[in-house]
Design a binder for this molecule. Structure first.
Ligand SMILES: Cc1cc2nc3c(=O)[nH]c(=O)nc-3n(C[C@H](O)[C@H](O)[C@H](O)COP(=O)(O)O)c2cc1C
Length: 279
């Protein structure tokens, strides 16, 4: 299979076999993360490998009880790491203040994601499945505490990895003409915007399970792997709020707008707690 086909068929995997990943494969995953592009080649990242049962269990709790994090034989915690660089600069009689520089922060986060995506692609080519876990952002303090991270280290992304027990079907995406602009930004009309998302998610009046496969596959998967509760909760909430379309579902049920904005203070405080002074 060529690389295009491989990348087009990739899906986030959340059901893993209890099969160890060989050491040599893990080494390769680390190599491709390490050889990813890096702004100025400064390499401000560290990766914590979590394989122990106790580590997996605790990490799963930290990220909001996502069962696949506990079940995956390997999770890689991608950290923005200015600790090592600051120390190096100091030992070399100079000063690195990435913790105060928005530029270093944003480029560092881009580096981190480039490294993680290299791992995702290599996983796919080795018949491993992977899923990003971004919800570590909600519990940065707890993660820093558990992994005993010094100042200037921020855990910002997790990849849970393992051999797939099952792979979900193709997920809907916007048609590419909606995301591509030629030479200048083309402002889209209201009707076109609605059509783009209607085509992506399909109608809501089909069975709720079918709809959630497209709009909230995590809830269905969590119900399969743990005692079923999410689907019922989601259905109840949708009824309570009289949800009529996909945008209402996403921004009232799945990512309630007020809650997302309220989380700012918590995330910013965690970043400050790690010694960063950019916000
Ligand atoms: C930045 C980022 C954060 C994500 N966080 C989570 C997460 O916390 N839990 C989870 O199960 N999936 C998470 N995902 C996976 C997305 O749900 C998934 O990529 C999306 O539904 C599209 O499906 P696909 O990866 O199969 O194409 C995340 C993906 C990205 C890129």
């Amino acid at each position: 299979m060529d690389l295009y086909e491989l990348m087009m068929k990739r899906r986030s995997v959340r059901a893993f076999k209890e099969q160890e990943i060989p050491e040599s494969v893990i080494e390769q995953l680390i190599d491709v993360a390490n050889y990813a592009p890096s702004g100025g080649n400064i390499q401000p990242i560290s990766i914590i490998l979590v394989r122990s049962v106790s580590g997996r269990r605790r990490l799963a709790e930290i990220v909001g009880d996502q069962p696949w994090v506990k079940n995956a034989p390997l999770s890689m915690v991608f950290c923005l790491d200015f600790h090592r660089i600051k120390k190096w600069a100091e030992l070399c009689q100079t000063d690195f203040r990435g913790e105060r520089a928005v530029n270093h922060f944003l480029i560092g986060y881009a580096d981190l994601m480039a490294a993680a995506q290299n791992v995702v692609i290599l996983c796919e080519s080795l018949s491993l499945g992977s899923v990003y876990i971004g919800s570590i952002l909600d519990e940065i303090d707890a993660a820093r505490d558990f992994f005993e991270m010094p100042d200037y280290v921020l855990p910002l992304m997790v990849l849970s990895i393992g051999y797939p027990k099952s792979i979900p079907q193709r997920i809907p995406k916007l048609k590419k003409e909606h995301i591509v602009h030629h030479e200048k930004y083309r402002k889209t009309g209201d009707e076109e915007i609605c059509r783009a998302f209607d085509e992506k998610y399909g109608p809501m009046d089909e069975s709720i399970e079918k709809y959630l496969e497209k709009a909230f596959v995590e809830a269905l998967e969590a119900d399969k792997q743990e005692s079923p509760k999410y689907l019922e909760r989601v259905k109840k909430r949708m009824k309570q709020l009289d949800i009529r379309n996909s945008a209402q579902f996403l921004f009232q049920v799945r990512y309630p707008t007020k809650m997302m904005v309220r989380m700012n203070q918590r995330i910013l405080q965690s970043i400050r707690n790690a010694g960063f002074k950019i916000f």
